[in-house]
Design a protein around this ligand. Sequence first.
Ligand code: ADP
Length: 398
Amino acid sequence: MKILVINCGSSSLKFQLIDSDTEQCVAKGLCERIGIEGSMITYSPAGGEKEKTVTPMANHTQAIQLVLNALTNEKTGVVKDLSEIGAVGHRIVHGGEKFSTSTIIDDEVMAAIEACNDLAPLHNPANLIGINACKELMPTTPMVAVFDTAFHQTMPEEAYLYGIPYEYYKKYKIRRYGFHGTSHAFVSKRAAEFLNVPYESLKTIVCHLGNGASISAVKNGQCIDTSMGLTPLEGLIMGTRSGDIDPAVIEFLANKEGMSVNDVLNVLNKKSGVLGLSDNLSSDFRDIEDGYFKGDENAVRAMKTFCYRVAKYIGAYAAAMNGVDVICFTAGVGENGPLVRSLVCEHLGYLGVTIDEEQNNKRGDDTVISTPDSRTKVMFIPTNEELAIARETYRLVK
Ligand code: ADP
């Protein structure tokens, strides 16, 4: 069965068509600037040429229509007609406490996703628009919602509650939810498979280090803690996000700089992280890495602070699980950044971690980067959120 995976943002839409039998991507692409002047669609069929077309897209329905046209195009398309697309899997950012697993989309599910809009005001409304647009154009095709938060719903209360009055949890559901769940689930399962150990008996720490970064503790096949919170601002230092800070900084900065709470949150979301720490050198780890090797003090500061925070969380999660068998790095930096992996692991001697730098400098598929006698295994595993969404979709509709 061919499964269309849709990741819909407010003005962009990423798509992949995946064959559930071979698990290969048949075609993929991106619609950008939806509803804005200069909209364009990029389309790459597997093994074919990538094409970019500037064309108006007034709304998401028009964008999805263009995606479907591209997929069924006589010359460059990959399916004869839409009946070949067996199901659509939608990435949904926030499922609140309602969704602990993926689910077939019906009216009730749509309403429940909408009820989580408050928790993810930038993402959930856009995700819903994507579902509605697909429903309009493919009314009989089954659709599945796969939530970023679902994998983390197994966290125990002591991990998800904040130390604030309990009434705010009861009234507003303020708590840790966690994100990147599809990736944390995919990578932790893959680690168990690769190591040939039952998933249910492994203690894994997954470091998803991309522009957005989060880390999770997966014990015996269940997530027991993760670093992102009510929103994706908490936890690790990221490309432009601060991660953990003293909440009192918000008022302090607002007073000193004459900013509103919104202004300060904008700083914490968009101007902080390695970008802010490097004194605006870059939010891109390739630049930070280059600068580090040249001895640029801004890059060194950003790199060391970033890695120290990751290492601190690994320590916390090793304690939370009473041990750790395998530490996995994934996402843009986790998969491609030997320097980050190496600097993080320098802090992990107490876990018996020793790194084989030759292995660490490799790129590509799942690779063990610790030495054979390392007490804790360390690996990098490329994540594949689209494939994970396609698998979930197939599981529910087959
Ligand atoms: P997101 O999906 O959160 O936008 P990604 O997982 O794509 O992010 O990761 C993007 C980050 O990965 C960027 O900071 C980029 O610099 C980094 N990255 C990509 N390739 C490399 C590389 N070869 N070395 C170091 N960092 C890399």
